[in-house]
Design a protein around this ligand. Structure first.
Ligand SMILES: Nc1nc2c(c(=O)[nH]1)N[C@H]1C(S)=C(S)[C@@H](COP(=O)(O)OP(=O)(O)OC[C@H]3O[C@@H](n4cnc5c(N)ncnc54)[C@H](O)[C@@H]3O)O[C@H]1N2
Ligand code: MOO
Length: 414
């Protein structure tokens, strides 16, 4: 009797994934760096800012000249000049004097603070009264206050976000070293699969769903979608497509044919690749049991269940983290941002023996985030479209009760 050869728990699969080494590194320009993962830590090559800047519109002063100043006893200061934006200060502040300065202007020599214009009163063309004292450093961003020279600002394995790219730009970095993005082939198998543009569907045929879902998920996970193919249930044809896909890609994702039926060829194709190492055939989750994970040297092959809901759930739970590992993401940066806590809106029944991955939709209930189960067979695409993610009912738990707090694993990062 055919059977699943190597059934693993979700935790065991995630352990295998954690041990996937990143791909090689490459240099990219800072403009292209958002979403990429650093292959080296970044240290600040220079201080930011590299000159002391005012953070307010006002007057650069010596703080001690304002000590004791108040509404009834203002400090009188001579205004001896003005700082132009984008230029170094041309004049130094001496005792008893002030220099007009815009927000972001360079603090003149001799000054150690800025008085906001609101707390000054012009006396005449060349003098002001200061009605509030400032302490040294007030309203000033000193050299290196933002980033000190040599400071470690970003870790290896950090996935760069827009604000990180801003930090690199501020430090004058034009390029960074990042891990290569995995090139991924997406292959759907099945005699029944026809392209979406097919107008009148013959009986027994269905339009291709998984190719489109998986390719979009790969792109969202930072992978580069390469070959996209639909292959008939034919062992030789599938072998040929896999051979070509493995040669030109880091990862090959098949969908369909991963179960134990007579037309489920993924395992049989793998047997034709002598160096292949089957890491999992079957994972103890529902839906999604017929999942295959294999390594062929440096390459990774995933066989996803053909049912669209199963394929999408398995991708989110396992394939996505594996693509992130190949890109060098370390720790939980990405996985954490993909989880929301919500209150379960309805009971979820479940049985012992397999972890249930139940599709849910996120809604607002009395100002709080709620997770509403979307029940349906794994052959249904509409349930996925209604759902935002899934909730896991662990193997040894008999269902979850309405009102309990759950983790919703999102299909997409918003
Ligand atoms: N005797 C058993 N039969 C099945 C088992 C089992 O344990 N024992 N598991 C069931 C489960 S659960 C799933 S899920 C499916 C997965 O099977 P395969 O991965 O081998 O996938 P296929 O049989 O090729 O297809 C299943 C289903 O999905 C449809 N499909 C396939 N590709 C696409 C696509 N690109 N777009 C849209 N739909 C697709 C396909 O037409 C089938 O209806 O096995 C169960 N059987
Ligand atoms: O486990 Mo299947 O993947 O229910 O549809």
């Amino acid at each position: 009797m055919p059977e699943f050869l190597k059934v693993k728990t979700a935790e065991e699969i995630l352990e295998v994934i954690e041990n996937i080494a990143p791909l090689s590194a490459q240099t990219v320009s800072v403009q292209e760096a958002s979403g990429r993962v650093l292959s080296e830590e970044v240290k600040a090559p220079e201080p930011v800012p590299h000159f002391a800047r005012s953070t307010m519109d006002g007057y650069a002063v010596r703080a001690r000249d304002t000590f004791g100043a108040g509404e009834s006893l203002p400090a009188l200061l001579e205004v001896i000049g003005e700082v132009a934006m984008g230029q170094g200060a041309q004049v130094a502040v001496r005792p008893g004097t002030a220099v007009a300065i815009p927000t972001g202007g360079a603090l003149p020599e001799g000054a150690d603070a800025v008085v906001m214009v609101e707390y000054t009163q012009p006396l005449d063309e060349t003098a002001i009264e200061v009605t509030r004292p400032v302490a040294p450093g007030d309203n000033v961003l000193g050299i290196g206050d933002d980033v000190a020279a040599g400071e470690k600002v970003l870790e290896r394995g950090w996935k760069l976000r827009p604000q990180d790219v801003g930090l690199l730009a501020a430090m004058g970095m034009e390029e960074v070293r990042v891990f290569r993005r995995p090139r991924v082939a997406v292959v759907s198998t099945g005699d029944e699969i026809v392209p979406p543009e097919t107008r009148s569907l013959p009986p027994g045929k269905i339009r291709d769903i998984n190719t489109y879902v998986v390719a979009a998920q790969v792109a969202e996970a930072g992978g580069q979608v390469g070959t996209v193919r639909v292959v008939a249930d034919d062992l030789d044809a599938l072998e040929a497509v896999c051979r070509e896909a493995l040669a030109g890609h880091d990862v090959v994702i098949l969908s369909g044919g991963s179960s134990v039926g007579i037309r489920d060829f993924t395992i049989r194709v793998l047997e034709r690749f002598p160096g292949s190492e089957l890491l999992a055939h079957g994972v103890a989750i529902r839906p999604g049991k017929p999942t295959i994970l294999a390594r062929l040297g440096e390459k990774v092959l995933w066989g996803l269940p053909g049912q669209p809901a199963s394929a999408m759930i398995v991708f989110t739970a396992f394939v996505r983290p594996s693509l992130l590992r190949l890109q060098g993401v370390e720790g939980v940066q990405e996985l954490e941002t993909n989880v929301r806590r919500a209150e379960l809106a309805q009971n979820i029944p479940s049985v012992h023996g397999r972890a249930d991955y139940v599709r849910v939709r996120l809604t607002r209930h009395k100002g709080r985030l709620a997770a509403e189960p979307v029940f349906g067979k794994s052959a249904m695409i509409s349930t996925l479209s209604k759902a935002d993610g899934y909730v896991i009912v662990p193997e040894h738990v008999e269902g979850l009760e309405a009102g309990s707090l759950v983790h919703v694993h999102l299909f997409s990062t918003p």
